[in-house]
Design a protein around this ligand. Structure first.
Ligand SMILES: [Zn+2]
Length: 124
């Protein structure tokens, strides 16, 4: 099994952070643009009475994410049930395929969200 790389993720866009060079404070952002976006977001949040870790999410995007998570949850339950009593190699392959089909939309969502966050905010 492949483990996720050690280290944290960018607090703004969620990309994995590269290994720190030297001994200093651990990095929180993957690049200066993310640091700047996070700074602007903190200032806007404060102006609107939101906490530093509060986020505002587009309702449609949230519902799309929830739908994808629901499908993944159902697929995991299907696979757990299918593999519970032992399975042939073909059944395992089919279960893995089903799981991947239901996991891939989340990967796409993740990449789209990361790209959106990586872009500088456009003025209102
Ligand atoms: Zn980043």
């Amino acid at each position: 099994m492949t483990k996720l790389a050690e280290g944290g993720r960018c607090r703004w866009c969620g990309r994995r952070l590269s290994s720190p060079v030297g001994s200093g404070r651990p990095r929180q952002y993957c690049r200066p643009g993310c640091r700047q976006q996070a700074h602007v977001a903190r200032k806007l949040a404060a102006v609107h009475g939101l906490g530093e870790d509060d986020v505002i999410v587009d309702r449609a995007a949230l519902e799309e994410l929830q739908g994808a998570l629901y499908c993944l949850e159902a697929a995991v339950e299907d696979v757990d049930r299918d593999l519970a009593g032992g399975a042939t190699a073909g059944e395992v392959a089919g279960a893995l395929q089903w799981l991947l089909e239901n996991a891939r939309p989340l990967v796409v969502e993740w990449r789209v969200a990361a790209e959106r966050l990586a872009k500088p905010a456009s003025p209102p």
